[in-house]
Design a binder for this molecule. Structure first.
Ligand SMILES: [Mg+2]
Length: 162
């Protein structure tokens, strides 16, 4: 099966992946085919999570796919970093955080005109909460723990407006 994976604004990489191939192989292909090395297509990500373990997992998963990323500890910091003029292709947004939660932060970012792909990553699985989070302006939602497979599926949703 052929999988087309969009990894930036200007180029898409093609991966030939045999049915039943492992995520490890997919990851190697991603690395070998230059998500990390192709500066023209470099994706920048922001990790928003108050939990240190999650911060580390999300940071390392992104890094393992060659995606440069910054970590902030709550929704307010996510808003502030955008107010200071930074832009990210992808935002991994936790829901429950002190100071400002993920729902409020997502609403604020969308109200600011931020069009980045925002993926909610949360342990909450109640439909009502998930719906509220989605309606705040998410492009995707994944249950924790985040895995390479889940991250790859999020990467498929990165906007190609450039
Ligand atoms: Mg949290």
């Amino acid at each position: 099966m052929y999988m087309y994976m969009h990894v930036g604004y200007v180029r898409c990489l093609k991966f030939e992946k045999k049915m039943g191939g492992s995520i490890k192989e997919m990851k190697e292909e991603i690395i070998n085919n230059g998500v990390g090395s192709a500066t023209a297509t470099k994706i920048r990500a922001l990790v928003v999570d108050d939990n240190k373990v999650n911060q580390t997992i999300h940071h390392r998963l992104l890094q393992s796919l060659g995606i440069e990323n910054q970590v902030v500890v709550n929704g307010k910091e996510a808003v502030d970093v955008h107010s200071s003029g930074k832009y990210f292709d992808l935002i991994l947004m936790d829901m429950d955080m002190p100071v400002m939660n993920g729902i409020e932060a997502t609403k604020k970012l969308r109200a600011m005109g931020i069009r980045s792909t925002i993926a909610g990553v949360s342990t909450h699985s109640q439909d009502k909460e998930k719906k509220e989070f989605m309606e705040a302006g998410l492009d995707d939602y994944q249950e924790k723990p985040l895995t390479t497979a889940k991250l790859v599926s999020i990467l498929h949703k990165i906007n190609h407006t450039g």
